[in-house]
Design a protein around this ligand. Structure first.
Ligand SMILES: Cc1cc2nc3c(=O)[nH]c(=O)nc-3n(C[C@H](O)[C@H](O)[C@H](O)COP(=O)(O)OP(=O)(O)OC[C@H]3O[C@@H](n4cnc5c(N)ncnc54)[C@H](O)[C@@H]3O)c2cc1C
Length: 442
């Protein structure tokens, strides 16, 4: 079972038409719906399960510039501006706090990587430093074996995923959007190369624009439209501790563990070193595209053949839009967490920080992260179908960049001047000979 997410009750009636239909009620769909509704467009968001039921309600809650891929610098900078103004914009507390984020360096090579990154980021207006000795000890109170140095971005922060995304969806509704949950989009209908409607399990919505913000499901939705999206899933497990006194305020990544202090005083903890990659039919299909990512992260990736292979094989065939779809069969993708790696992370954390010794684990869960070959999202109109926008593949860091991405989606749909240059996020980069590669680890 995933974490408890603030409920968003569905609107009762599915409109017969709208300017825009967003498929997926994660942070991208919710922020996109908010910014589109604010611009006066008629907006329907359909979610097959519950708002923030998948990645957007299961993540660590980090909103970081630190250690980002340079292609995302402008968007994350703008996203943090949006996070900071969010409470005022939506009239409720979405839980964002500026706490700082710190990436530990335990060897010279990593330290040099961070020194270079700081310079690169500064050119894009992102302030970060490499901290050492006394400053490092101040940021990591109680650490019995502090790292050599760390990349530190004081203006980074975090928000509470289970609260923030529902709050944004409710704000979108107040701005005029219709939010329908337990309503799977079975597919998109087109005519003459343009979007004409979204067919859901509860009926069709005629529209001129569709935003595919369906996280790990986006690839399948696009495939049914004849559009290829190289996307795989990786499994990430998370633990929640009871309140801890005197631990660090900043969120910290230090090799085997990563943690963030939540607003309730407990910590969200994960294994920062190990990522589980289920082998699926798509692993073979996209093997070549993902080779650079596999090579870069090979030490931390644990390939696993499990029941996911058969599940994806079974749900692969296309289904007529008048018949129940795999989206209805899996209302919420809720994989089992991998306890082993969490135990390793907790043991290391307790060893290093005595304040965590008495902390109990109150819950563990997992989520499937949707990754692209270069670990940079796709936020893009499609060349094949007019009116079809894709916003997906956030590769494990879409929560923090979510508001910026949602804003950019609204720009692409409404034809406004884009918040940032969207070229880095175009879908066609995978097919135009660019050979995009990951810069930072996934
Ligand atoms: C364990 C974990 C830790 C993470 N930590 C961080 C972090 O600290 N910071 C950070 O920035 N990012 C983090 N991420 C990544 C971040 O959570 C995601 O990048 C982000 O939430 C993606 O949002 P999304 O809206 O694209 O997708 P999702 O949140 O996955 O939402 C997609 C939604 O679409 C719905 N859907 C799919 N198909 C259909 C359909 N046919 N019809 C209707 N609805 C459909 C799904 O049910 C789902 O709710 C983490 C992810 C995980 C799993």
């Amino acid at each position: 079972m995933g974490p408890e997410v603030d409920p968003v009750i569905s609107d009762a009636k599915l409109p017969a038409r709208a300017d825009v239909v967003l498929i997926g009620g994660g942070i991208i769909g919710a922020t996109g719906a908010l910014f589109l509704a604010e611009r006066g467009l008629s907006v329907v968001l359909v979610e097959k399960g519950q708002i923030a039921g998948e990645q957007s309600g299961r993540n660590w809650g980090w909103c970081r510039q630190a250690n980002r891929d340079p292609r995302e610098f402008n968007l994350i900078r703008e996203s943090l501006v949006l996070w900071r103004g969010l409470n005022e914009r939506i009239g409720v507390d979405a839980g964002f706090r500026t706490t700082g984020i710190l990436f530990a360096a335990r060897d010279d090579e990593t330290e040099q990587k961070y020194v270079d990154w700081v310079q690169l980021a500064a050119a894009s207006g992102i302030e970060a430093v490499v901290v050492r000795s006394a400053e490092l000890e101040r940021l990591l109170p109680g650490d019995s074996s502090p790292p050599k140095s760390a990349l530190y971005c004081a203006s980074d922060g975090g928000a509470e995923p289970q609260r923030a995304v529902p709050a944004i969806a409710l704000a979108a509704r107040r701005a005029g959007a219709t939010i329908v949950t337990n309503c799977a989009a079975r597919g998109v209908e087109t005519a003459g190369g343009r979007v004409v409607s979204v067919v859901t399990e509860h009926g069709s919505i005629a529209c001129t624009s569709v935003v595919v913000a369906a996280g790990a499901w986006s690839r399948r939705i696009l495939r049914d439209l004849g559009i290829a999206l190289p996307q795989l899933k990786v499994l990430a497990s998370v633990a929640r501790t009871s309140p801890v006194e005197d631990g660090p305020e900043a969120a910290v990544w230090d090799d085997v563990f990563a943690f963030r202090k939540r607003s309730d005083g407990g910590y969200t903890v994960a294994n920062g070193r190990t990522t589980v990659v289920p082998i699926t039919p798509d692993s073979f299909r996209f093997f070549n595209a993902f080779i650079p990512a596999l090579m870069m992260d090979w030490k931390s990736l644990k390939l696993r053949l499990d029941k996911r292979f058969l599940a994806e094989l079974r749900e692969a065939p296309s289904v007529g839009l008048d018949r129940p779809s795999p989206y209805e069969a899996t209302r919420v993708l809720d994989p089992a967490p991998d306890r082993r790696y969490l135990d390793v992370a907790m043991a290391a954390l307790r060893d290093r920080y005595p304040c965590f010794v008495g902390a109990g684990l109150t819950q563990i869960w997992a989520g499937f992260i949707d990754v692209t070959p270069d670990a940079v999202p796709v936020i893009s109109a499609t060349e094949e179908i007019t009116g079809l926008i894709v916003a997906t593949g956030f590769s494990g860091h879409g929560f923090g960049i979510g508001p910026g991405a949602g804003y950019l989606v609204a720009d692409l749909v409404s034809g406004a001047r884009p918040l940032v240059d969207p070229r880095e996020f175009r879908l066609s980069r995978y097919f135009d000979g660019t050979k995009p590669r990951p810069v930072a680890s996934v």
